[in-house]
Design a protein around this ligand. Sequence first.
Ligand code: NAD
Length: 257
Amino acid sequence: MGRVAGKVAIVTGAASGMGKADAILLAREGASVVVADLNEVDGQAVADSIGEQARFMRLDVSDEDNWIQVIADTLQVFGRLDILVNNAGILTIASVVDTELAMFRKVQAVNSEGVFLGCKHAIPAMEKSSGGGSIVNMSSVAAIQGISFAAAYSASKGAVRSLTKSIAMYCKEKGNSIRCNSIHPDGVRTPMVIKAATGKDSATEEELASLQGSDMCNPEDIAQMVLYLAGDESNFVNGAEMLMDNCSTITPPVGLS
Ligand SMILES: NC(=O)c1ccc[n+]([C@@H]2O[C@H](COP(=O)([O-])OP(=O)(O)OC[C@H]3O[C@@H](n4cnc5c(N)ncnc54)[C@H](O)[C@@H]3O)[C@@H](O)[C@H]2O)c1
């Protein structure tokens, strides 16, 4: 029996990178999965590769009406909602003085407001359809350290970190058996890293292969943490920030660096 057998999950940003790995692993462990993304071609391909257990649904996480529709469609197709993985995100490379206001707002709209909207609409659906659930929010080490060359991104991931704790406390006080946790990776070998380095919209297999050997983990490593948080094995883990950074946020003691 799979570790999330019988559960229904929505994974945002599941057409690529970490979201794709999350959707594939959750399905392999028995969940039905909504592959939600703006990218219809790649999202449909991920759903097709999983098979019967998956459906692609087009979702712009920054659009509230889209969220309402996707959650309604999930309940109609699969009958319940147990897991929400708020993974979709964008990265812009600019320091605070080089960040235009429009760029700052766009990053908050996807990375921060997208997570807010997902949680706002998933919680009542989880309460009604399954009497509990697990929300996994993808943050970053940028929420903890701040990254000088990614000001808007760092702010958005900091918002996700705090919002996660607020939601965990809300759900605990309400006694609705919904948990909410955040994951904070350092570098992960995904198209996002290539896109940030090259300014292009996509990454080739060769470019991704070039990241092998760098001090980064693979999307499948992150998916293992998502699976743990999504399933009942983590039922006492709530409001936690799970670092996946191979010590990068630990400052070495003076004299040892
Ligand atoms: N790759 C890293 O090094 C790294 C490190 C820490 C955190 N993260 C976070 O992990 C998450 C996944 O990143 P990734 O590296 O897999 O990136 P990726 O670029 O490979 O995938 C991101 C996916 O999100 C989708 N997306 C973008 N905007 C969207 C929107 N408005 N609505 C719906 N979908 C949208 C894209 O189409 C894409 O499929 C992001 O939140 C990112 O900030 C990544």
